[in-house]
Structures are given as C-alpha cells and as structure tokens.
Design a protein around this ligand. Structure first.
Ligand SMILES: Cc1cc2nc3c(=O)[nH]c(=O)nc-3n(C[C@H](O)[C@H](O)[C@H](O)COP(=O)(O)OP(=O)(O)OC[C@H]3O[C@@H](n4cnc5c(N)ncnc54)[C@H](O)[C@@H]3O)c2cc1C
Length: 376
C-alpha cells in the first residue's frame, strides 16, 4: 500500500498502530504535541488483566483475552526491534477478598470468570498466604489467576517509540492537531497550528484528548478519568505476583516491578484534565496497600503521580472506521489500554488495509455514539 497514513497521538496505542502499519510497508507519520508516551501510557500500572470488571463491560473480555494472547509475540517483536527490555512478567495475579462477605464475593467473582471461560482457582485464606506470605491475616478468601501478567508500561512506551521509528515511522513531536481536512465525505489530512498535513488516512489515537480535536467528538466523545499512583520500595515485603483487593468492588492493587519498585493504585476521579495528586487520593491508595500487606506500613515512598484514563460514555474502547472516508478511531481504552495495545494495533492494521478483522468491531464502532444521538 503506498497510502500515507497519519496517526495522531504517540501513546502506546498510537505507537503500536503506527509500527504495525509501517511493518506492512505503509508510509506512516506519527504526530504528537509533546514527547511521546508521557500521558496515560506513562502513568499506568501495567497490569495485563482481561478479567471482567463489572456489568456492561462484557464485550471487553474477548478483546482483552485476544490481546493477552498476542502479548508474548508483541513483546518479542518490540524488544528485538528496539533492543530494549520491557519488563513483561507472567507472574499471575492474586485477588484477595476482605470483610464479612469475602466468601460470597469470591463465589461471585469465580462465577463471572466462568461465564467467560477464564481460569481462576479458589483459594482459602491459608492457601493464599502460602502464595503470598505477607498477605494480611484479614484476607478471608482469594482467587488465583495464573494466566495474568504485567509489563513495565514506561519501558514498553520507550521501546515502542524506537521500534516504530526503526520500522520507518516518521515521528513529528511538538505538533498539536487541531482539526481535520475534510473534503465532502472524505478526510484528506489534519490541520495543525495553521499548517495542513495531507494524508490518505487519519487515525485518531489521542487518548482522553481525542474529543478536543475539531470534528472528532461525535465519533470519539472521550473524557479524562484521573488515577493517582504511588511507587514504593517494598524490600522483603515485595509480593511475588500482582495483588488486588476486593471489598464489594476493586479497592486497590499492587504491581511488583523487576527493579524492586512496587506500584500501588489507584483512584477513579472525575477531575477534568487536572493531573494533581491529592492527600485524599493518596491516602486511599496507601490504606488499601497496607490493608493488603501490613508490612508495607514502613515502606519508603519513592514517587507519586497521576494520569488521565481515556474514558468513554459506555466505558468501552472506540475502534474502527467512521462514516468519513479515510478517518478512523483507536482510542477510549479507559482502564485497559496497556493490555489492549497489541490487539488494537492488529485490528487497526486490518481495518485500514481492508483485511478481515480477527474480532467483530461492532461493539466498539465509533458510529455507536451517532446512533444513540439520533435515537434520543
Ligand atoms: C493510574 C492509571 C493506571 C492504569 N493502569 C492500567 C493497567 O494496569 N493496565 C492497562 O491496561 N491500562 C491501565 N491504564 C489505562 C492506560 O494507561 C490507557 O488506557 C492507555 O495508556 C491509553 O493509551 P493511549 O495511547 O490511547 O493514550 P495516551 O497514553 O494518553 O496517549 C495519547 C497521546 O496523544 C497525544 N495527543 C493528545 N492530543 C493531541 C493532539 N491534539 N495532537 C497531537 N497529539 C495529541 C498526547 O500528547 C499523548 O501522547 C491506567 C491508566 C491510569 C491513568
């Protein structure tokens, strides 16, 4: 294909899509208004978990499973293309249940996993502590998810940028896209600070900022959802796997990194584009961390930060072509963009090059928001 594709936004999603297309011989320009991978893709915890997170999120599970299955090959490709390691760890995850309803919640969680044919092993509190000796004695029950993994998303971001540029992607940094060049029902490129950059196809992958690009909000009504994070030096209290705590819903999580850092997260805050960290947010994260592993009480805090998840009205990603020829969307990955980066890259390559997609795009189509707007 000799077409010229512009990808707007160099997070893990945009970098993944750009690299995948360039490896197929497509001429790709990747535009970002700032240094690549400094937004949500930098802020994330890096859990690779396709487990269902709540009602309405069902379409996400097959997408997440497919992406997790692609991960080993994706990592091998990006590591060999970039020469960098990305800290992919297939160490499983332990979900711990606290409080009087622990057994009941364990049963509900196992039933939800079974509905999607996801493997989960029920553990008693004693069995869970044999896996994680520092797990609090207050944990009443647990589920072991052997297939789950994690990745150092900051390292992944650096490697994806390098891999994309080595595949021939032309990276343009400091270029803020304001709108689209539209001719009738066709997109012919983008408008940036007065200048126009022509292209045969434009992919919007600007995370929670996508809706701010003129003419894009109707297809990608994204909005930011803040998450604060803390990194600690866990020392001997370091868990062997990802640890999540449930008390009626997800309360907190701990993600061990190979470099000795333990990441604790997170909050879910509707705070606009404000990336502050707050005493209330940090306290909730730290309380949940110490509730899971009391030995973290005196761990050294190394870093705090926050990022903006790209949320959507139905909390599902927005993937696929629009009714404007040459314009497609790859954003709105909310809490799962790191997990979903490989499948997004693959699907985008398939829909842009006219290949059959591995999975149906209907539940994620950018057209679903237009339909609901006209139905109302
Ligand atoms: C605290 C936190 C924890 C998370 N934990 C996990 C996790 O454990 N697992 C998981 O899978 N996901 C997790 N996520 C979600 C994940 O981080 C996101 O879904 C994912 O990073 C989205 O990637 P992206 O490339 O779409 O967006 P981003 O990484 O936000 O990148 C968007 C890019 O677009 C650029 N841009 C924006 N507007 C313009 C414009 N007008 N012109 C040019 N460029 C523009 C930005 O500068 C940015 O570089 C977490 C998120 C947060 C905040």
């Amino acid at each position: 294909m000799s077409a010229n594709v512009i990808v707007v936004g160099a997070g893990v999603v945009g970098c993944g899509v750009a690299g995948e297309l360039a490896r197929q011989g497509v001429k790709v320009q990747l535009l970002d208004r700032q240094k690549p991978v400094e937004e949500a893709s930098w802020a994330a915890a890096g859990m690779l978990s396709p487990s269902p997170e709540g009602p309405g999120m069902e379409p996400l599970v097959p997408l997440g499973r497919a992406s997790l299955a692609l991960y080993p090959g994706f990592v091998e490709e990006v590591e060999s293309a970039s020469g960098l390691r990305v800290g992919f760890r297939r160490q499983g995850a332990l979900v711990a249940f606290f409080g009087a309803r622990a057994d009941h919640e364990q049963g509900e969680f196992l039933a939800a996993l079974a509905r999607f044919e996801l493997a989960g092993e029920p553990l008693t509190a004693e069995e869970a502590r044999r896996r994680e000796p520092h797990l609090s004695k207050e944990a009443g029950a647990a589920v072991w998810l052997a297939e789950e993994a994690s990745i150092d998303n900051r390292a992944l971001g650096r490697a994806l940028v390098l891999a994309a540029s080595r595949a021939g992607v032309r990276m343009q940094i400091g270029v803020a896209v304001q709108g689209l060049i539209l001719e009738g029902n066709r997109c012919r490129g983008v408008v940036t600070g007065g200048a126009k950059i022509p292209a045969d196809h434009v992919v919007i992958a600007a995370g929670c900022y996508s809706a701010g690009i003129e003419q894009v909000a109707r297809y990608a009504p994204t909005r930011p959802m803040r998450g604060q994070m803390v990194a600690m030096e866990a020392g001997s209290a370091m868990p062997a796997s990802v640890l999540r705590s449930m008390r009626e819903h997800l309360v907190g999580y701990l993600v061990p990194r190979g470099d000795g850092r333990l990441l604790a997260g997170s909050t879910m805050e509707d705070a606009g584009f404000d990336k502050s960290q707050t005493p209330g947010g940090l306290r909730r994260i730290l309380d949940a961390a110490v509730e899971m592993i009391p030995a973290l009480e005196n761990a050294r805090v190394l870093e705090t930060w926050s990022g903006l998840r790209p949320d959507t009205p139905d909390h599902l990603p927005i993937l696929g072509p629009t009714d404007i020829g040459g314009l497609s969307i790859a954003t709105g990955h909310f809490r799962d963009g790191i997990l979903l980066a490989p499948i997004t890259a693959r699907l985008a390559r398939q829909w842009i090059l006219g290949q059959k997609t591995d999975l149906p795009l209907d539940p994620f189509s950018p057209m679903r928001f237009l339909k609901s707007a006209t139905a109302r």
